[in-house]
Write a new protein. Structure first.
Lengths: 123, 245, 107
């Protein structure tokens, strides 16, 4: 049978490629930001999948169950990639918010959000 | 033409990546965590007393990265506020003009204290159960949006939010400086007593830091979205001045 | 477990492709919010509840809200990929605005 890690690595890779294609080819600027967001999600899934172990449990200690602490510790998934992804999600939202605000100001000045209409840098 | 180039680029990139990871792609799930994760999981309770290992990593073992993350969020909220609400002047319009009907208006006000309660709960129990400062702060900000959607003018005093945010950030750095005064002489060291596992008042300064982070994030995100809708005090003043002139 | 992961993954790829390729922009934003929720479910299946809560709160609630606000302020809720706009009813005109082509040689 295919393992969980294999399925999720492939999914995250496909999401990244999908997002990259969207960033390269879409003409509407908001759709470019949406594709960037899809790439972000793919990268986050990839990072969390790195820490997954077979039949792993969440990395939180419980004080009132019969299993000892060492027992609980041996079946936890890796918490380090999860800590990194926590930061990555918040910063990804910051990037999206600033990008969308820039698009909004661009619309107020030029009246369009299509890349094909913005020829200010071409000569 | 653009699509063809895009497809070619993506195909070559995909081929490159797949050929690198082809062997590991069909491997089994690992049976045990790697060395650094193992060390983090084992050292959580001796060094920090928190039950949530991810919280111990985010606040204690990699606490400086969290300070950087809070700074990045602050910078993005600042950027959005500068670009959209207060200083854009002309072209400003309010997004939620009407009150959204009876259900939205009263439902948002009914649900507001529950959302704030759940958000504060998630922040306060960050070291015991999943959650922590960031999602808790986001939840409290969501309570503000629920009321904002019903078309309330001047819903949020951004000046008060700026003061709260500043003091919360100051509290974070101040708690870190406490570590410099202790005998361990390191920034963000865990200097308060660690308590017993699973109690609310345990894990040293971790709940205090998460409280500061939660407050800061909630204030920041409320300001961010309010300046995007153009319904904060300063934009209203500016629009009124523009109309008078 | 693997079956659940496969189902969620297929849905994820399908809806993400929808968000990138669907014609109307408003639908793309809603699909993005749904993809965020599915990613949060994936994190739950990977035994990462902290990350799942954060992704659901930020990706699904906040990001969708910010997108909708910006869409409303740029009048592009019904904007399609070729530049036409069902709401304002205009078609995009190529190269009609923008700065001066050269640097501007005389003051």
């Amino acid at each position: 049978m295919i393992s969980v890690s294999a399925v999720l690595y492939s999914t995250s890779l496909i999401l990244i490629l999908l997002g990259l294609y969207g960033v390269l080819t879409r003409k509407n600027l908001v759709r470019v930001v949406i594709s960037l967001d899809v790439m972000d999600l793919g990268v986050n899934i990839f990072l969390v999948t790195i820490g997954y172990i077979r039949d792993g449990r969440a990395p939180i200690y419980l004080a009132d169950v019969p299993a000892s602490l060492a027992d609980q510790a041996s079946r936890m998934v890796d918490p380090l990639p999860q800590a990194l992804v926590l930061t990555a999600i918040v910063i990804g939202f910051g990037v999206t918010a600033v990008a969308l605000t820039l698009i909004m100001r661009l619309y107020e000045r030029k009246g369009t959000v299509m890349v094909s209409d913005l020829r200010g840098l071409k000569w | 033409m653009r699509k063809v180039i895009g497809v070619l680029l993506i195909a070559s990139f995909a081929f490159f990546v797949f050929s690198l990871v082809m062997r590991d792609l069909w491997a089994e799930d690992p049976a045990a965590v790697r060395t650094l994760g193992q060390a983090a999981v084992e050292q959580t309770i001796p060094q920090s007393g928190a039950a949530n290992t991810v919280t111990a990593i985010v606040v204690q073992f990699r606490g400086l990265d969290t300070l950087g993350e809070v700074t990045v969020l602050f910078l993005s909220a600042l950027g959005v506020a500068l670009l959209s609400g207060e200083f854009s002047g002309r072209g400003l319009k309010e997004v939620f003009r009407d009150d959204g009907g009876f259900i939205l208006y009263h439902g948002a006000r009914l649900v507001l204290p529950i959302i704030i309660l759940v958000g504060v709960y998630i922040v306060a129990h960050g070291h015991l159960s999943p959650g922590g400062g960031f999602p808790g702060g986001v939840l409290v900000a969501t309570a503000v949006y629920a009321v904002l959607m019903t078309g309330v003018k001047n819903a949020l005093s951004t000046r008060l939010m700026a003061v709260i945010e500043g003091f919360a950030g100051l509290a974070f750095v101040g708690l870190g400086l406490l570590g410099l005064l202790s005998d361990r002489f390191s920034f963000l060291a865990n200097v308060l007593p660690k308590g017993s596992l699973g109690m609310l008042f345990s894990a040293g300064i971790i709940p205090l830091i998460y409280a500061a982070v939660g407050t800061k994030v909630a204030a920041e995100l409320s300001t961010l979205v309010t300046s995007l809708t153009g319904s904060d005090y300063a934009s209203a003043e500016k629009a009124a001045q523009g109309g008078k002139r | 477990m693997v079956a659940m992961v496969i189902v969620v993954s297929v849905l994820l790829i399908g809806l993400a492709a929808g968000a990138v390729f669907v014609r109307s922009l408003g639908s793309a934003v809603i699909l993005l919010g749904t993809v965020s929720l599915l990613v949060s479910a994936t994190f739950l299946l990977l035994a990462a509840p902290d990350v799942a809560i954060t992704e659901a709160a930020i990706g699904s609630a906040l990001t969708t809200l910010v997108y909708v606000l910006v869409l409303k302020r740029t009048n592009s809720v019904d904007s399609l990929e070729d530049g036409s706009n069902l709401q304002t009813g205009k078609h995009s005109e190529p190269a009609s605005n923008g700065g001066s082509p050269t640097g501007g040689s005389h003051a």
